[in-house]
Design a protein around this ligand. Sequence first.
Ligand SMILES: Cc1ncc(C[n+]2csc(CCOP(=O)(O)OP(=O)(O)O)c2C)c(N)n1
Ligand SMILES: [Mg+2]
Length: 320
Amino acid sequence: MTTEPELKTLLGWYGQMWTIRYFEDNAIASFRQGLFTGSTHPCIGQEAIAVGAAAALEPADQVLATYRGHGHAIAKGLEPRSLMAELLCKETGCCGGRGGSMHLCGVDKGFMGTNAIVAAHIPIAAGVALANQLKRNGRVVVVFFGDGATCEGAFFETLNMAVLWKIPLVLVCENNGFAISVPTRTAIPIENISQRADGFGLPGVTVDGNDPALVHGAVAEAVARARRGEGPTLIECKTVRWERHSAISAGKYANEEEAMKWKKADPIPRLEKVLLARGATEAQLQALREKAKAVNDEALAFAIASESPKPATVGDFVYA
Ligand SMILES: Cc1ncc(C[n+]2csc(CCOP(=O)(O)OP(=O)(O)O)c2C)c(N)n1
Ligand SMILES: [Mg+2]
């Protein structure tokens, strides 16, 4: 049973979703201008999951995510300027410019890192949650991953152990319909990925991932369960991926219509309709959009103006 969030809460989520959207727009533009190399994987169209889930957490709770993790970092409280500087590999970045787009971290905010290896961070998240359990500090860990990651052994092994030891872990699968160019329906023979929970003895739920209130409700319930010492929950959030896997790769879509499917499901205009129906004004929404844009434009200018790490510091942070 979930209660309807207050208008003020929804407005906050709307602002956060725009902050993430503008961050991703700037990330793609910067990448295409050659301001950084490698690649970058936008979470455009999936913002409601990061925002709804993070709202169910206490500041001390922890999050781990994938290479598609800019939005999760922002939702967990990292500043767009330190993230954008990290994308541009500058010394002012959240990892001192060592990590780049796919390796973001902010331990003081409970953001324990993003990972470029599919599913590799799922057992790491269980390890963080196990440390919490052993320390009896009451913290819960949320780990975000894709549909493709649920085909990896690391996912299954983690589920088994997390249930066995009642680890305080919430597993959030962002089912965006694709793993690079492979449609989920051709790789996974079940209707809902949450059904995978059945064989492991944990609750599995599927929600509409483009509705932050539904995501929030499911995650809040799972977090409460984990905090009570009852163990993990698997939550599948159904969403639609942005038009391609990353800023460099085009997905192999059947046609243009399939590539642009995310626009029809876009969670931002959808939330906007809810807000207007609940009595928010267009002026309020505009102010939130403008603020989100200004924060990101300042973040990009800050990142561009920042220095690259000094060559002499190359050995720093290599050993703990
Ligand atoms: C272990 C491993 N295998 C393959 C890859 C290459 N790879 C990068 S992203 C990706 C697709 C993952 O899809 P999914 O888990 O659905 O996440 P999404 O990208 O859709 O968010 C693959 C196969 C990798 N990084 N790591
Ligand atoms: Mg996917």
